[in-house]
Design a protein around this ligand. Structure first.
Ligand SMILES: *[C@@H]1O[C@H](CO)[C@@H](O)[C@H](O)[C@H]1NC(C)=O
Length: 117
């Protein structure tokens, strides 16, 4: 449904002259302090169900864009793959100069995942 809605909006923008687009993939939400804090009894692991949905969305997004490029003359796009960007840093913090990637720097509750300001 989301990809269908997105396609409709892209086509409407295309009709109005839009040709160049940048898309941001969904973040690995299941591995973020916010969603880990919201899951009762979470012991710190990523939330698999959420990760599965995010990956499905990103896969569908990455598949629909080449189709639109073939269908819409002049349609150009870039993808900022936020999922890979963030999961790389979560899985290899020291490689990117981070010491702590499991706990938010502000917030309350488990993993300081609940926004408090
Ligand atoms: C998104 O798609 C669903 C299912 O086709 C539709 O019911 C809904 O109205 C759409 N939303 C928008 C904002 O177009």
């Amino acid at each position: 449904m989301v990809i269908g809605n997105l396609t409709i909006v892209i086509k409407e923008m295309y009709k109005k002259g839009g040709r160049k687009y940048v898309f941001l993939s969904l973040a690995p939400w299941g591995c973020t302090p916010l969603f880990k804090a919201l899951e009762p009894g979470n012991t710190g692991a990523c939330i698999d169900g959420l990760t599965t949905i995010v990956k499905l969305h990103n896969k569908a997004l990455f598949e629909v864009l080449p189709k639109l490029e073939r269908e819409l003359k002049g349609f150009k796009y870039s993808i900022a793959d936020f999922y890979t960007f963030l999961i790389e840093r979560i899985n290899n913090p020291s490689k990117y100069g981070f010491k702590e990637v499991k706990i938010a720097c502000f917030g309350t509750g488990p993993y300081r995942g609940i926004p408090s300001c």
